[in-house]
Design a protein around this ligand. Structure first.
Ligand code: FES
Length: 189
């Protein structure tokens, strides 16, 4: 229901909406240009990140694609070894780093099992890689780090090692024993 107006009451002017000043920075042309510059900045930033990251990623990942060189390394004449004995032998790492120093040498436990038969066990424990020792009296390989124990054939006797000791390939050339120096020795089984 409408309220009757007093004819003596002056009619007020309707309130005019305030005029909003036009922001020249929000014109469609400026907005389009700003959007383009934003996209260009993002694109150039992404390109710069890729260009910067590529050499770093290539440096880190290159070893994964580089073939590890293999070489046969002589570790002495056959007759130097007594049948049944297990001794440590040293040979050059197949891919030493330039600054490796004495660590460019690696080792294996070598056992003569026959006239021309030998087995070379990797010295590194299959748990976390600590060097294992050979205990002649017990005829066991022992790992000092977490108590891993291996039988004389390299299989696990106890402790945390998940697998048997790895082995290096062996060959006899002119009655000299040669160990194939490979980056990662072969699993026993
Ligand atoms: Fe040999 Fe852990 S590293 S038992």
């Amino acid at each position: 229901m409408s309220i009757p107006q007093n004819p003596d009451t002056p009619i007020e002017d309707p309130i005019e909406a305030p005029t909003v000043p036009v922001n020249p920075y929000l014109s469609p042309e400026r907005m389009a240009r700003r959007k383009f510059i934003n996209q260009l900045t993002i694109g150039l930033g992404a390109l710069g990140a890729v260009v910067t990251a590529f050499p770093v990623a290539a440096y880190i990942l290159a070893p994964l694609f580089k073939e590890t060189p293999e070489s046969w390394q002589a570790v002495g004449p056959v007759d130097q070894y007594i049948i049944g004995n297990t001794v440590q032998v040293y040979f050059d790492d197949p891919s030493p780093l330039p600054w490796a120093g004495v660590t460019a040498k690696t080792a294996a436990w070598l056992r003569r099992t026959g006239d021309l038969e030998f087995t070379a066990y990797a010295v590194n424990c299959t748990h976390l890689g600590c060097p294992v020792s050979w205990l002649e009296g017990a005829r066991l390989f022992m790992c000092p780090c977490h108590g891993g124990v291996y039988y004389e054939d390299g299989t696990v006797a106890g402790g945390p090692p998940p697998a048997a000791l790895n082995k290096y390939p062996i060959r006899i050339v002119n009655r000299r024993v040669e160990v194939k120096a490979i980056g990662v020795p072969l699993p026993t089984e």
